[in-house]
Design a protein around this ligand. Structure first.
Ligand code: MG
Length: 251
């Protein structure tokens, strides 16, 4: 196989660029679970009429409805920054009998601070991205979500210094698996589908989308999940970036 230019000869052909999903692929979201209980506890210490546990329960119920209503608009950038979180806390507080806007703003801010503090990368991410860069591969983060939220994740974790471009669905106006967001990533990378891999943890978003756009699709399956009948079949499946490194980076 050819190893001309900056491309790397692999079992899949000559790879010149790698597109990466953010949430669940680069970003370990496991710390997020404690942010709602902690935000409720904090606001209850400031506002004694707030029952921390009742607010937590109300928030879970509100999100179950609100996310179904708003996910698409949030992902496609049709909402004001921060508006969805504030709406969720307003509804949650009203459900426990509190309609004070000041309290809603306070708990929204607490939750935002805690959320930022919860962001962390999986431990294999930084060395993998450094390897890709050392071997001259161009890198993109291709992510679904609101611009403010996704860019904050990329900034807070230091990822913006480790990749070449960041492509966010809300800014493109198209979300994975839509081919348009992969086309935007390829344009930003200056690469072609035939020499670009996409790595992501979602079969429905990342793998179906990458296959549809003609990229090599690598499923990041950190949890040992099983594919069901009807799920798209990735070209490759890896349990972590060490496995991906083996065929993207020459030894
Ligand atoms: Mg993901």
């Amino acid at each position: 196989m050819s190893t001309s230019g900056v491309g790397v000869s692999t079992t899949m052909g000559c790879v010149r660029a790698v597109s990466l999903d953010l949430d669940g692929t680069l970003l370990d979201g496991s710390g997020f679970a404690s942010t709602v209980p902690e935000a409720c506890r904090r606001v209850a210490t400031v506002v004694p009429t707030v029952d921390s546990f009742a607010l937590q329960e109300a928030n879970a119920q509100v999100w179950a409805i609100l996310w179904a209503e708003a996910e698409r608009d949030w992902t496609l950038g049709r909402l004001q920054p921060g508006a969805l979180s504030l709406e969720a806390w307003q509804r949650s507080l009203r459900a426990v009998g509190i309609s004070d806007e000041h309290v809603a703003k306070m708990v929204t801010d607490f939750h935002h601070e805690l959320t930022i503090a919860s962001y962390r990368l999986f431990e294999d991410v930084e060395s993998f991205l450094a390897q890709l860069r050392a071997h001259g591969l161009r890198t993109a983060i291709t992510t679904n979500g609101a611009s403010d939220t996704q860019r904050e994740k990329v900034s807070v974790t230091g990822l913006e210094k480790l990749v070449d471009v960041v492509v966010v669905s809300a800014e493109v106006g198209a979300a994975k698996p839509d081919e348009a967001i992969f086309v935007a990533a390829l344009d930003a990378l200056g690469s072609e589908p035939s020499d670009t891999c996409h790595i992501g943890d979602s079969l429905a978003g990342d793998i179906a989308g990458a296959l549809g756009a003609g990229l090599t699709a690598i499923w990041m399956n950190r949890t040992g999940a099983l594919r069901s009948a009807g799920d798209p079949a990735p070209h490759f499946e890896v349990a972590g970036f060490a496995e991906a490194e083996r065929f993207l980076v020459p030894g």
